[in-house]
Design a protein around this ligand. Structure first.
Ligand code: 5RP
Length: 229
């Protein structure tokens, strides 16, 4: 087995730590990505020890991982509210505003987070920023006429953006759409930008998460985890 990099060690530590926040008998949202991976693995171990949980997954990749771990799954339509969602992030600012969607799953991730009483973000220390925007903002767009969306995004002050590619072709989301990665640079007013993006026809969902995260667990290189509230 290859040794984990320092970054992966931080992700493992914070992901496993987050699993201790899950209470027996609750319905929870489970995130997507390499940090959420460790939380899901730890949750799988709890389930095998008899823990009763219902989990709403935020992507197809998370469905597959959770099923392999024997975690009982439900869809968002099966639940009224969720007690908690635990998910990763690409950037976290001091007001707990987030950029998400590096894995292209932010549409479902946002719907699940919005249906949750708490959203615990799990991040390594490199994800903490003073201002959002260095990480390109993922915007899920309808493939039809996406260049119109790109022009409207440019008019909001985004000098460059591109459709996410894999093997030379547009990468397709779980919902059959494209991802426009938008390089805004430092975002002065994330809530205003979020509203403006929702006004563009063809935008399905963007990766700005405003007012959703309630807590942030941060993993540090020295092996510690800090709880921010
Ligand atoms: C997926 C996401 C992920 O939570 C985000 O990209 C962080 O991923 P990782 O934990 O692998 O760094 O938003 O859409």
């Amino acid at each position: 087995m290859t040794a984990l990099s320092d970054k992966d060690q931080m992700k493992k530590k914070v992901g496993e730590y987050a699993a201790t926040f899950i209470q027996n008998g609750t319905a929870i949202g489970i995130g997507t990505g390499s940090t959420a991976y460790w939380m899901i693995m730890a949750l799988g171990a709890k389930v095998r020890e008899g823990f009763q949980i219902t989990a709403v997954p935020t992507s197809r990749a998370t469905v597959e991982l959770a099923q392999a771990q024997g975690i009982p799954l439900a869809t968002l339509n099966d639940v009224d509210r969720l007690a908690l969602t635990i998910d990763g992030a690409d950037e976290v600012d001091p007001a707990f505003q987030l950029i998400k969607g590096g894995g292209g799953a932010h549409l479902q991730e946002k719907m699940v987070a919005a249906a949750s009483d708490r959203m615990i973000v799990i991040a390594d220390e490199q994800k903490l920023v003073n201002r959002l925007g260095k990480f390109p903002l993922p915007i899920e767009v309808i493939p039809f006429g996406w260049k119109q969306v790109q022009r409207r995004v440019a008019a909001l002050g985004c000098p460059s953006s591109e459709i996410r590619q894999r093997d030379g072709k547009p990468w397709i989301t779980d919902h059959g759409n494209y991802i426009l990665d938008a390089h805004f640079g430092a975002i002065a007013d994330a809530p205003a930008l979020g509203h403006a993006l929702h006004e563009i026809p063809g935008v399905v969902e963007h990766g700005l998460f405003i007012g959703l995260a309630t807590e942030v667990l941060v993993g540090y290189a020295d092996g510690t985890v800090k709880e921010l509230r």
